[in-house]
Design a protein around this ligand. Structure first.
Ligand SMILES: [Zn+2]
Length: 69
């Protein structure tokens, strides 16, 4: 579903303008898989490009930030 509000991409951390990404309501499983507890929030937004690029992975920008210290 296309996002109806702008937000921050959970894949790359970049800004996602309205209508240029996808948003989803994560299931409990997704929530745990992505370690969303670390940032909170009930909705996820990602770029359409990032959705394709990272499909099937649990790549998130906050894990990257954590890994880089
Ligand atoms: Zn992105």
């Amino acid at each position: 579903m296309r996002n109806r509000f702008p937000g921050k991409c959970y894949r790359c951390g970049g800004h996602v303008p309205t209508g240029e990404g996808h948003f989803e309501r994560p299931s409990r499983r997704t929530y745990e898989k992505l370690e969303l507890a670390a940032i909170g929030g009930r909705w996820l937004i990602q770029h359409a490009d990032c959705a394709i690029k990272h499909r099937g992975t649990n790549h998130t920008y906050w894990k990257k930030v954590a890994a880089n210290g």
